[in-house]
Write a protein that binds this ligand. Structure first.
Ligand code: GRF
Length: 205
């Protein structure tokens, strides 16, 4: 073997529910270190699916309403990512809670991005919650997904100041600028093995 160490390529599946601007940021990162094998959506007709198709990435739509339970939905999501040959799930604006059927099959291998500095403002409407509370600083969190909502070990955060005249749209737009820069960096580091999780603790090396 030469000086270069052999490393298995760990490909990813990206889960989306909306505009897909974070998906686009990942697509536009040339040195991500992995292929996006599949984009999985919980609804048809969203902009994110068009972005995937434009980039030649296979898509899979699993309409939430067609499943009898969270458990069946989560199993179908995990199946579709696994069958596409991906080993890591990257949630990019995915608006469904994944049940243990998916989380246990991808232990410490599901990443999520959330538009607040967790543990502040978990759940939907994080940007509106931050404004309503009058915080002066909010931001972005990238974390591993566990079985609780917006809860798993935190990998990276970036602060975004709240400006006096901010409304939800203006503040979210500034948060998204940071998301699009931070998420590809973190995904690349994670796939390169620079981020590991030991007993629930995130270690960067
Ligand atoms: C992002 O702000 C992300 O933090 C949140 O949902 C939004 C998705 O945006 N989870 P997009 O679909 O990537 O444009």
């Amino acid at each position: 073997m030469t000086g270069r160490q052999w490393r298995a390529i760990i490909d990813i599946g990206v889960l989306v529910s909306g505009s897909g601007s974070n998906l686009q940021a990942l697509i536009d990162t040339p040195d991500l270190g992995a292929e996006i094998r599949v984009v999985v959506a919980d609804r048809p007709g969203i902009k994110a699916l068009g972005r995937a198709q434009q980039a030649g990435i296979p898509t899979f739509v699993l309409p939430w309403g067609e499943f009898g339970s969270r458990s069946e939905f989560s199993t179908a999501v995990a199946d579709s990512v696994e069958e596409a040959g991906a080993k890591v799930m990257v949630l990019a604006g995915f608006m469904r809670i994944l049940g243990s059927e998916a989380v246990r099959r991808f232990p410490d291998r599901i990443l999520n991005i959330h538009p607040s500095l967790l543990p502040a403002f978990p759940g939907a409407n994080a940007v509106a919650q931050a404004l309503a509370h009058g915080v002066k600083v909010t931001g972005v969190t990238i974390h591993l997904v566990d079985e609780e909502v917006d809860h798993g070990p935190i990998i990276a955060q970036r602060a975004v100041p709240v400006l006096p005249d901010d409304d939800v749209a203006a503040l979210h737009a500034r948060i998204q600028v940071q998301e699009h820069d931070l998420y590809p960096r973190v995904v690349r580091a994670f796939l390169a093995g620079e981020v590991t999780v030991v007993d629930g603790e995130v270690i960067w090396r």
